[in-house]
Design a protein around this ligand. Structure first.
Ligand code: UT7
Length: 344
């Protein structure tokens, strides 16, 4: 296998490396917002939230904490776990819909704080599919042989764009961050297998934050009309998510000629327990083959998949050689599925 830093490895026909996930990191802020707390803020109750979503509590960042702060903590954990110097990172992909500010990118802020002096990077906006897309990009950067270590971070401070007077959305989201380090695998049998990602912009109106961009810049009116908050048509998104998640999971398996029985673990985006259950049922997976942790964190948007993977790891549910299926659906619409053979 060629050295992953050898620029000539990018030419087709060369023996290119397979990318593997080599370290994980996670961070959630300490403050917890329970269903009970929410029932004192809006007309809702624990029973409704648990029955309809599976969520019991979520973590909320204190006012002084922004997305780059959580991203930095998660990234630092991953780098410590791998034991590499931040200066060795080739690229940082920061997946978020709640950057510290519109520009500079949050990737720049994290790069500076980490001391990742050899990295380039960018923010990737794909809502709940963001981390999955970041992972797909990282796999290709490493497999091209042009990048040694790619840091993929999913971080969102959803509490900053949630309307805590809207009971249909405020019960769903929480804050958090997670990070994966991606690098070349010495064993071509372990690491990235493949992906099936897609976007469908016809779904844009059903889940969005209407104001604050070039279409509807911030004004006294947009603030008065509460247009700087997440707006969602829940049922539309729910129906799409149930159909798409299962379709793409089956699709990625058939694209690579892999049978459903080979999937050891489904690590899905954590939006609603009913969406996850429907996907698992379609794949014929039982509870022990599916990671669900939204009861503790709610929907942390780009952070759900790395947070769930960290949980899987700490619970001893991920072993070297296991076939892992990551899947997500989110605003856009964005959707995708990635297959990885766990490498450590
Ligand atoms: O991660 C990004 C992608 N997002 C998603 O995947 C979210 C997808 N959507 C969902 O998860 C679900 O649609 C929700 C959890 C958001 C809502 O569940 P639902 O079963 O679709 O409820 P609904 O919107 O159809 O509302 C049913 C009823 C309504 O009352 P009426 O009109 O039947 O009287 C709502 O007003 O529940 C009411 N309701 C609530 N009641 C108590 C809505 N929110 C609440 C609430 N507490 N928090």
């Amino acid at each position: 296998m060629r050295s992953s830093t050898d620029p000539s490895a990018q030419y087709l026909g060369e023996l290119l490396p397979t990318a593997k996930i080599s370290a994980l990191g996670a961070y959630v802020p300490p403050q917890v917002l329970t269903n009970e707390d929410l029932s004192r803020m809006v007309e809702t109750n624990d029973r409704w939230i648990v029955d309809r979503t599976g969520i019991k509590e979520r973590h909320i960042a204190e006012p002084s904490m922004a997305t780059s702060d959580m991203a930095f903590e998660a990234a630092r954990c991953a780098l410590l776990q791998r034991g590499i110097n931040p200066a060795e990172i080739s690229a940082i992909i920061l997946c978020t819909v709640t950057p510290d500010m519109m520009f500079p990118s949050t990737a720049c802020l994290v790069q500076d704080r980490l001391g990742a002096t050899g990295a380039w990077g960018f923010d990737l906006i794909a809502a709940c599919s963001g981390f999955l897309y970041g992972l797909t990009v990282a796999a290709h950067l490493v497999a091209a042989g042009t990048h040694k270590y790619v840091l993929v971070i999913g971080a969102d401070t959803m509490s900053r764009i949630i309307d805590y007077t809207d009971r249909a959305t405020c019960i769903l989201f929480g804050d958090g961050a997670g990070a994966f380090l991606v690098e070349a695998s010495e064993d071509p049998q372990l690491g990235f297998v493949g992906y099936l990602n897609e976007i469908d912009g016809a779904g844009a109106p059903f889940l969005c934050m209407p104001a604050g961009g070039s279409r509807l810049p911030a004004s006294a009116e947009t603030v008065k009309n509460r247009q700087h908050y997440v707006k969602q048509e829940g049922q539309q998104v729910f129906k799409f998510a149930v159909r798409k998640m299962a379709e793409l999971c089956e699709g990625v398996l058939s694209k690579y000629n892999i049978s459903k029985d080979e999937v050891k673990l489904l690590i899905p985006h954590q939006a609603n327990r009913r969406i996850i259950a429907a996907t698992a049922e379609r794949l014929g997976l039982s509870e022990e083959n599916v990671i669900v942790n939204l009861d503790r964190f709610g929907n942390t948007t780009a952070a759900t998949i790395p947070l769930a993977t960290c949980d899987a790891m700490s619970q001893g549910r991920l072993k070297k050689g296991d076939l892992v299926l990551f899947a997500a659906v989110g605003a856009g619409y964005t959707a995708g599925a990635n297959l990885w053979r766990w490498a450590y």
